[in-house]
Design a protein around this ligand. Structure first.
Ligand code: SF4
Length: 259
């Protein structure tokens, strides 16, 4: 279930597409400059060179970000400031990777899973310990048993922990570790919860698409994403491996022996 039962996404898929995207972006920027140059020159003789310098700098920063992601995935330590550049780069390269993936017919979900793996890797390698009261577990509403009558989206505490779905297990775990937990029906409410609780780190459970959107929405807030399992199709009685979520939670809390 969750991270464990799904085919483990390969980080190199996203890294490969991001690197390719970087080359394509550099070529596109150069082509754009060639088209713009005569017009810019008419405004001022120096303008094409000024614009070229700005564009080269932007491409170099992006290339540096992609290089940092590769180094981090290879297990090399990168500075905290450099990590921000890497996070910025993966978020910026994601739409380009999806576009290139579409051209070579790579399934979008595979790229999304790979992106989540890379993003998780950066957060995990950060090795920052967050205080429990500044950590939030966000779970999707579809994880609740569809016939359960308890209103857990208002308060997760309303769950009676009957064991018929994974909400009870997640709630028990969040209480044991002293972290916040919220069950949300969608991205809008998730953003509201984050705004009101102001966590320093989020452990989000969701499908590929929601995780990718969530990670990008709350950037630079660190998010570890755990994929849910959908044995009944999307958005209905989804499941999660609670032990896998706890393992990730322990990493955020700095409890590495427990994780
Ligand atoms: S564990 Fe909680 S949410 Fe799930 S069915 Fe039981 S009471 Fe409802």
């Amino acid at each position: 279930m969750g991270e464990l039962a799904l085919v483990r996404p390969r980080k190199r898929l996203f890294l490969g597409l991001a690197s390719l995207g970087l080359i394509v972006s550099a070529a596109a920027v150069y082509a754009l400059w060639l088209v713009m140059s005569p017009g810019l020159e008419r405004i001022h003789a120096w303008l094409p060179y000024v614009v070229a310098a700005v564009l080269v700098l932007a491409v170099l920063v992006l290339a540096f970000g992609v290089l940092l992601i590769v180094l981090a995935v290879l297990g090399l330590p990168i500075l905290s400031t450099a990590r921000r550049v890497a996070w910025w780069a993966i978020n910026l390269m994601f739409p380009i990777a999806i576009m290139l993936g579409r051209l070579v017919r790579i399934d979008r979900e595979r790229i999304e899973r790979s992106f989540i793996e890379v993003s998780n890797h950066l957060v995990r390698n950060h090795r920052h310990e967050f205080p429990p009261d500044r950590v939030l577990i966000l779970a999707p509403h579809c994880i609740q048993l569809d016939v359960c009558r308890h209103k857990i989206t208002k308060r997760a505490d309303n769950c009676k922990q009957c064991g018929k779905c994974n909400v009870g297990g997640l709630l028990e775990m969040s209480k044991r570790h002293g972290v916040h937990m919220a069950v949300v029906p969608g991205g809008t409410l998730a953003r509201q919860v984050i705004k009101s609780l102001r966590p320093k780190a989020v452990l989000a459970v969701a499908c590929e698409r929601d995780l990718v959107t969530g990670i990008q929405d709350v950037f630079p807030l660190p998010v570890i994403g755990v994929l849910n399992d959908r044995p009944n199709g999307p958005c209905c009685n989804t499941r999660i491996d609670v032990a896998s979520v706890e393992k990730s939670l322990c990493l955020l809390l700095g409890k590495r022996d427990e994780g």
